[in-house]
Design a protein around this ligand. Structure first.
Ligand code: TTP
Ligand code: CA
Ligand code: CA
Length: 560
């Protein structure tokens, strides 16, 4: 359930940036002949021409949609170019898109705290940059008008086509604006500059929302696309929200949004305004009630996290129509492939970024034979993650069997699996000074020196045996509706990240020499252990590690 966070006293400037038809743009950069052409990227799957996962704006004009398959898109738009995603291990290989996303993140992160929200989205906290601009070169005194900023869409400003740019320029550069709006104007100019920089350096266009909080910035970033930005002045919030369907709000797309509609008759955010905070608390509890009351008024204190690397790693594959998997052997073949890729990615995250993933989760879509319309879902299952391809494969298969058992209940019937995915989540940074962990993993003879702070980690460091994870939060995982995968290990970012870490680690080098064992390190750095983590002495077997835990399915905005 969502929780209301206190709104900071000082006004903030937050941007949400989302790339336009992202995979298409990546393919257009690889093959410039596709630029300006109706183009779509299709999944690796030849059934009915493959499912579309990204559609260019030129193709959208013909009515081509992501929900279509290649054959249908060709009928709607015969001149469309269909590009297949790169393939590895008989499935989509999204690395090229992940690293392209990371190129953009590296540019955007230069201006403020940056949170990578999905493969093609980030949040930026530009408060400090905006304040600095206001102090050093306030827009109203500036002699330079930044052309791209004047193309912004500003909510609440009449959008008369003839003089739109004039009114936007007047709004951005007026001197009688209040402090909040002045900051927002600076934010709009900074975002316009960043978007130009992204275009110059990567050839990609993106769209953005600029507001005083994350919720509003995200709500408007896709309002005017492609290659545009939208600003939400405080004075325009109420009018903007009033007619917005509640289901469009983050965290109201699911059960809570349905309950608002069905139980309270709330269809739009405006309808929500009719309820007092107390009434909403009566229905949904103190926290959620307050949260609902606040978001209806455009208030949200959620912070931009300082995170350039992904929150989780996921690999998935869909098996539409006749491709559905029908027995354990074929499920195992595919799970093994998915786990192999997942294992490589978490291993390289550990090597490059010194991050450890704690939870392995399996999602699937299934139907019982002759009951494919049934709404019963295959339950997602998760367990603590053990490093090493073989172990991940073994655990994933156990999770699948456990999920299938719950899905079928007592019925002994045939089944079809139409999608499978595995994810590694709850990733945490190994606290600084913990190169001793790597040393421990490598063996007692290794020496810790700046030259080998990044040693290749053996395939099976058995970390799973040393970490017993007590899950204390709900998982926030998105079902894979296609071969959506989250994220990247981009070399640029990894290098930056690595450089930061090495700096920290080398500072701590003297301490590292002393802390040469995990128990010692645990004792020393208890305050650094993330909550929910409990370290156990190594034991030969730890049955609880493999006990699958059911998790709640929640939709969030990350793209796999
Ligand atoms: P989106 O940002 O949802 O869409 P988009 O960038 O293609 O188009 P828009 O201009 O409307 O933002 O997704 C980003 C990329 O993620 C998209 O290019 C392809 C991939 N993706 C999938 O593979 N499957 C999916 O179901 C979705 C939603 C996205
Ligand atoms: Ca996008
Ligand atoms: Ca997106």
């Amino acid at each position: 359930m969502p929780v209301a966070r206190p709104e900071p006293q000082e006004p903030r400037v937050i941007a949400h940036v989302d790339m336009d038809c992202f995979y298409v743009q990546v393919e257009q950069r690889r093959n410039p002949a596709l630029r300006g052409q109706p183009t779509a990227v299709v999944q690796y799957n030849d059934w009915k021409g493959g499912g579309l996962i990204a559609v260019s704006y030129e193709a959208r004009k013909f009515g081509v949609k992501r929900s279509m398959r290649g054959d249908e898109a060709k009928m709607v738009c015969p001149s469309i170019h269909l590009v297949q995603v790169p393939v590895a291990r008989d499935k989509a290989d999204l690395n090229v898109y992940r690293s392209a996303g990371s190129e953009v993140v590296a540019i955007l992160a230069t201006k403020g705290k940056c949170e990578r929200a999905s493969i093609d989205e980030v949040y930026l906290d530009l408060t400090d940059a905006a304040k600095e601009m206001l102090l050093e070169s306030p827009p109203e005194l500036s002699e330079l008008i930044f052309e791209e900023a004047t193309k912004s869409n500003i909510l609440g400003i009449p959008s008369d086509v003839n003089n739109r740019e004039d009114s936007v320029r007047a709004w951005l550069y007026r001197d009688d604006a209040d402090y909040q709006d002045k900051l927002l104007s600076c934010g709009a100019i900074i975002v316009a500059q960043l978007r130009i920089k992204v275009l110059e350096e990567t050839q990609f266009t993106c769209s953005a929302g600029i507001a005083h909080n994350k919720m509003l910035a995200k709500l408007v970033s896709g309002m005017h696309k492609p290659a545009q930005q939208t600003v939400v002045p405080s004075a325009a919030i109420q009018d903007f929200l009033v007619s917005l369907p509640v289901k469009k709000m983050k965290q109201l797309g699911g059960k809570l949004g349905s309950s608002l509609q069905d139980d309270l008759g709330v269809k739009t955010v405006g309808d929500l305004l009719n309820f007092t905070e107390e009434k909403l608390q009566e229905f949904y509890g103190v926290n959620t009630g307050t949260w609902l009351w606040k978001i209806a008024r455009g208030i949200s204190g959620e912070e931009v996290e300082d995170r350039l690397l992904p929150k989780s790693h996921g690999c998935g594959k869909t098996f539409p129509g006749p491709k559905a998997l029908k027995n354990n052997a074929s499920v195992k073949t595919w799970l093994d492939r998915l786990c192999e890729e997942l294992s490589e990615r978490i291993q390289s995250d550990l090597n490059q970024n010194k991050r450890i993933a704690q939870t392995l989760t399996l999602h699937a879509r299934a139907c019982k034979e002759n009951e494919c319309d049934s709404i019963k879902k295959f339950p997602s299952k998760s367990c603590p993650l053990r490093y090493g391809t073989g172990k991940i494969q073994e655990d994933a298969m156990k999770l699948f069997e456990s999920g299938l058992h719950d899905f079928l209940g007592s019925q002994n019937t045939k089944w079809n699996i139409t999608s499978l995915s595995v994810a590694a989540s709850k990733i945490f940074d190994i606290p600084s000074g913990t190169s001793s962990i790597l040393r421990y993993i490598k063996g007692p003879n290794s020496t810790v020196s700046p030259a080998n702070l990044d040693p290749p980690v053996p395939e099976d460091p058995s970390l799973g045996k040393k970490l017993h994870i007590t899950p204390n939060h709900q998982e926030h995982c998105e079902p894979s509706s296609s071969e959506k995968e989250e994220h990247e290990n981009n070399s640029n970012l990894s290098k930056q990240h690595q450089a930061k870490k090495e700096k920290r680690v080398s500072k701590k080098l003297t301490e590292v020499k002393v802390r040469c064992s995990i128990p010692h390190w645990i004792h020393e750095s208890k305050s650094l252990i993330p909550c929910g983590l409990l370290f156990l002495e190594q034991s030969a077997t730890c049955p609880s590690i493999l006990e699958p835990i059911s998790i709640r399915f929640k939709v969030h905005n990350s793209v796999w």
